[in-house]
Design a protein around this ligand. Structure first.
Ligand code: URA
Length: 187
């Protein structure tokens, strides 16, 4: 199996879509490779692109506070995104970009083998639910619910969460995110 370091090198040289032309750095992911819980966001934003690290801008501050609310450190989880390169002006990923980039996420999932996958936002929810054959529904209906999967590697769990950025433009959503993280912490 390919190691994370090799994957990082491959992603640095990736030309599968055009996003490499406008990005500064790809953002592969961060955290421990033995994480039980893996968070999957959408795509790098401005600061992530500058530094090559996931969730270090405004949404990252919210994510840090949510992790802290359940007593977790970033170093004990793994954080990645569906897209590894920033789309210009943080526009939504295209179908073609998702198709090109998600094999990298599949490899990360195979390397880390998390027991719990926490999706952050709609693109992550869409990809993970399709990938694991789960029936998609609106995030407003299924956030904070735990979906169990029986796999050859044992029981896995998927928990859809709102994207932490929602709390930056709708502060009331922070309570919902905190409640959902409480559920996540018991998975
Ligand atoms: N939003 C995301 O989905 N991912 C990041 O890394 C930063 C912001």
């Amino acid at each position: 199996m390919i190691a994370m370091k090799e994957l990082e090198e491959e992603i640095k040289g990736c030309r599968r879509c055009d996003l490499w032309k406008t990005r500064t750095n790809p953002v592969v992911g961060e955290g421990t490779l033995s994480a039980r819980v893996m968070f999957i966001g959408e795509a790098p934003g401005y600061y992530e692109d500058l530094k090559g690290k996931p969730f270090i801008g405004k949404a990252g501050k919210v994510l840090d506070a949510l992790l802290e609310s359940v007593g977790w450190e970033r170093s004990e989880v793994y954080i990645a995104n569906v897209l590894k390169c920033r789309p210009p002006e943080n526009r939504n990923p295209t179908m073609a970009e998702l198709k090109s980039c998600t094999p990298y996420l599949d490899t990360q999932l195979a390397i880390i083998e998390p027991t719990v996958i926490a999706t952050l936002g709609n693109f992550s929810l869409g990809y993970i639910f399709d990938n694991f054959g789960l029936k998609k529904a609106k995030i407003s209906k299924i956030h904070g619910k735990v979906f169990k999967l029986s796999t050859v590697a044992g029981i896995k769990k998927v928990i859809p969460l709102y994207h932490p950025a929602v709390a930056t433009y709708n502060p009331g959503m922070k309570e919902t995110l905190i409640a959902d993280f409480k559920v996540l912490s018991t998975c």
